[in-house]
Design a protein around this ligand. Sequence first.
Ligand code: ATP
Length: 362
Amino acid sequence: MAGLTLRSVVKRFGSFEIIHGVDLDVADGEFVVFVGPSGCGKSTLLRMIAGLEDISGGEISIGGQVVNEVEPADRGIAMVFQSYALYPHMTVERNLSFGLRMNGNPKADTDRRVTRAAEILRITDLMQRRPKQLSGGQRQRVAIGRAIVRDPQVFLFDEPLSNLDAELRVQMRVEIARLHRELGVTMIYVTHDQTEAMTLADKIVVLRGGNVEQVGRPLELYEDPANRFVAGFMGSPKMNFLAGRTVAAEAGGVTVELVNQKGARLAVPLAGPAPATGAEVSIGIRPEHFGPGGSGDADLAIEVDMAEHLGATSYVYAGTASAEPLIIQRDDSRQWAEERQLTVAIPRHRALLFDKDGQRLR
Ligand code: ATP
């Protein structure tokens, strides 16, 4: 049993509070990813779980035991850093076994654990090399291997792939997913990378300014964000936002006038109560959700600034001086991109509605 709970967790540096009372439940075996803009407190939260930072308020439990006062080495966790933190003068084998040997672990057991970790990570052939004789990806494997040999209840990863080039990152991302599947242990992972968060996580925690904005499965956050911040943060390229004003409320929805789009109107379905007529709102639409003109519920006449062709897909950047800049993703956009002006449609069931404070209206 090695789930994890955070209850009203607070962190202060001096008089400056940077984590404002975070609550979180992580189930045994779950893969949880912390995302959020730079400085939102992701690393600090992870370091508090690891015991590398004191907890200023609240409680952290691992496997049902409150660990606030428990030393890092006794928390049953292992942390993998972005910098790898390998001992440069030791061979890979020594790097892997060092911690266990220092703790007086029996040699036969240490050897067994090191062999197993090397097999899991496919680094058996590298055991006699030193870190400087390894590639970045191989070093990262050794760093992960050092965590595996400790047989932790919880793995913590702090941006482990950010020093690798794009191709290696993809490879290592797949490796980490495989590792999670094979070991079945709880993992908590901090990243800036959208794709890592979307592909690795069972559950994503979106942080902003030391608060949790939303917790959910990756697609839940992508398709059903609680507010404009989460909507804008998740997804690449980013969601488009269009300023609007409500002009009529009807049963099951509201009609919104898009104020910078030549008065185009869109009837947005709502399950809950409609905002008052005249309310300032915004409409969110993902780049891949626009349709060709005439296919949806609101047509926008836009000017194309530029197009990027990526092969399988293209991004059209559009906007005029008076309108919001838009990014439109099309799998068939080569022909669109050659036009200077085009009409795109917003299908009403793809439109997300936010009030003027950025809260989602559903
Ligand atoms: P990044 O994505 O840039 O790594 P992060 O979300 O991991 O950012 P943290 O490193 O947790 O953010 O930092 C959160 C806030 O706490 C930042 O404003 C940072 O400046 C501040 N902070 C971190 N460590 C300390 C410290 N030792 N003393 C004072 N302030 C700190």
